[in-house]
Each structure stands twice: as C-alpha cells, then as structure tokens.
Write a protein that binds this ligand. Structure first.
Ligand SMILES: O=C(O)CCC(=O)C(=O)O
Length: 367
C-alpha cells in the first residue's frame, strides 16, 4: 500500500472498529438456568447476523490446537502436483490443502505460508475434534438451532502474514430464500435458516487480517434478481471487522455478507470454521453441495435425506466422547439429536470416519 492508501485504510479501519463496538454483539457466553444462551445474546445475533464470543477456549487448548496445526502446515505439499512436503516426507492428508498462488514480486512463498485453507480438520487434529465436542459451544448451538441440531462442514482458514489471500465478499446461504431474495429465516431466528459458521480462533486477529461482516445483511440475498456480490477490492462502507483473539469464537449467520481483505499485515490469522444447522432446515432441502469434497472446487446437486443427515450427525457424539476421554472432570454435553452408528471414539472409529471413499465429510451439508 502507498501512503495515501495507508491513510485511507487507517481511517476505514478505525471507523469500522468503532461501529463494531457499538453493535453490542460481543462478550463471553452467558447462559440461563435452562442451559440456553441469554436472550439478549440471541437477539443481538438475530439483529446483526453475527456475534463474537470471547474467551471460550482455554489457553491450554489453544496451545494444543496451535501445535497440531503447526504439524499440519509443516506437512503441506510443495505444490498441487507434488505430494511431498518441504522436508521430502509424504503428505499425510494429500488433496486436503488449498494452496494460494501469490504472484506479488518479492514475497517469500514457502509451502507453509502458501496454505490458504485446510479442509476437514476433525480427521487431522484430535484437538480440533475435541473443540467440536466443547460443551459450552454445543449449548450455544442448541440455543440457536434447537436441541437436535446437525453438522454443516469444517475447515481451517490460514491467512499468512504478508501473503494471505483475500476471501471475496459473499453470502454462503443459497437455499432458503424466496424468489425475490428475502430470507425464509425470520427476525427472531425461527423458520428455515442457512445455519452459521463459527470461527474458532487460535491466533491474534486484527482489522488487517480478520473477517469483515456487513451487519444486518442476512435478511436479503444479493444474488437474487441477477444481482452480484461486490468485489473484495471494494471497502464496503457498512462492514465491520470481526477481530478474534486466541480462544475467541465468532458466529456468523451463513446468510450474512462477509469477506476478508488481503493480509498484508505482519500477523498471521488462523481460524477454524465449524458449523451447524437446524435439522429441519437440512432434511429434504434440495440444493447445490460445495463442501462434501476433499477441498473446494467441485459441486453436486443433492436433496438431503433423513438417512444422509443421521449419518453425518454421528460426528457430534463422537466428538463429545473424544472430549470426555481427554477431560474426564468436565461435564460432557448431552446431545439430544438422533444419529446413526456408535457415538464413541476409539481407533476403530478413527479408521471408519477416515476410510477412503466413505470419509465422514462425504455427507457435509451445504445449505
Ligand atoms: O475467514 C475467512 O476469511 C472466510 C470465512 C468464510 O468465508 C466462511 O466461513 O464462509
């Protein structure tokens, strides 16, 4: 950025941070006696289309996520055509890395910092699987999606310092809109929804490297009536930064307009997106699936059957059991949704959910 661009960014970023604070959608998870989230948190989420939960993941757990993800990065392929890492070792999860191609002259692209996205971390990192079974997170999910919530998809966004690629402005939800582009989701969160992305952070987010969200944009689909998303080169005047510190979790309605600018800052941002749906928004929905692949880039037309969703829901009790074994003193979440298969975690289940051709993510649920 030149000096003028820098000054403009500074101004834009400060104004965004100020608007973000005024939204009133940030703070620790707070629960009522019933175990569900306090209503003011839900109301703020329904109104703005996102919420930042601070301090959800403990420092020890963050350290484990960091350490395991470091190993995943160290084992990244040199290129899409070469399934070995920088040390010449075979890549354990070949095909799961999305590598960014940065053409900026003078930047140092290593196989680590070329990694833009790692898909399906639950089968790579036991620490990620344990976060997926986190009791506070799952109580929060039940508060938004009902007790029989079901999975969506998981991936880790890695925006390397100086070379992190932007995420174009987009709304993920593609299914539950009227023909005119009005959301079927109602202002109080009832009705069919596209679920939410929950960004779990183990790095320091800043306005330069974090996700930006347009508050209130979840009510109307920009692609309706031949509409388009703005390019990420456009600094949207109403957008606000969703900066997350290590251990924070940012919940973003999948219908909200969101994106991130190129990360030219000195700080790397790492956020793992996990997500959940209401079961009755998923079962019977006819849509285009873009997630049930090793990595993004393919699509399939699909109608989700009850059986499809029941199989995928099994990952929730599996994760709860993995966490229960690791943290025997913690009260585990009591999942009340239905699923098919054993909800236990052991080495045989690890083999089952990673079996080539029938990996659990083959039933990811795009809505
Ligand atoms: O974190 C990002 O930059 C992108 C996240 C995103 O687009 C998503 O979760 O759908």
């Amino acid at each position: 950025m030149n000096q003028t661009q820098n000054a403009n960014w500074e101004q834009y970023s400060l104004a965004g941070q100020k608007r973000a604070i005024e939204l009133g959608n940030r703070g620790p998870m707070r629960f009522k006696k019933t175990g569900l989230l306090e209503q003011d948190i839900l109301d703020a989420y329904f109104r703005t289309g996102f919420y930042v939960f601070t301090g959800v993941i403990s420092r020890e757990e963050v350290a484990e996520l960091k350490q395991e993800f470091d190993q995943v990065l160290d084992n990244a392929p040199i290129s899409d055509d070469d399934p070995t890492d920088a040390l010449g070792r075979p890549v354990k999860f070949n095909g799961y890395y999305s590598l960014s191609k940065n053409e900026s002259p003078g930047t140092n692209i290593t196989s680590r910092n070329a990694v833009g996205l790692v898909s399906h971390p639950l089968m790579m990192m036991d620490s990620a699987l344990r976060v997926y079974g986190h009791p506070q997170i799952l109580r929060m999910v039940a508060s938004v999606n009902g007790h029989d919530f079901v999975p969506f998809h998981e991936a880790v966004f890695h925006k390397a310092s100086g070379v992190g690629q932007p995420t174009p402005w987009h709304q993920d939800g593609r299914t539950h809109w009227t023909d005119e582009g009005k959301s079927l989701e109602q202002p109080d969160g009832s009705g069919k929804t596209h679920g939410f992305n929950l960004s779990v952070s183990w790095s320091q987010g800043t306005p330069e490297n974090c996700l930006w969200v347009v508050p209130g944009s979840h009510r109307k689909w920009l692609l309706a009536n031949d509409g388009k998303f703005p390019p990420i080169t456009e600094r949207l005047p109403n957008a606000v930064p969703m900066a997350l510190g290590p251990g924070d979790c940012g919940m973003v309605n999948r219908s909200s307009l969101h994106g991130s600018y190129p990360n030219q800052s000195p700080g790397t941002r790492i956020t793992m997106v996990i997500g959940f749906h209401k079961r009755d928004s998923a079962v019977g929905a006819k849509t285009t699936n873009v997630h049930a692949f090793k990595r993004p880039g393919e699509i399939k037309e699909i109608t989700y059957t009850q059986d499809y969703v029941l199989h995928r829901a099994r990952m929730i009790p599996i994760a709860i059991d993995a966490r229960r074994q690791y943290y025997p003193d913690e009260v585990p979440y009591d999942y009340q949704g239905s699923y098919l298969g054993d909800g236990v975690w052991n080495e045989q289940v690890r083999s089952e959910i990673t079996e080539p051709g029938s990996e659990y993510w083959q039933r990811d649920i795009t809505l």
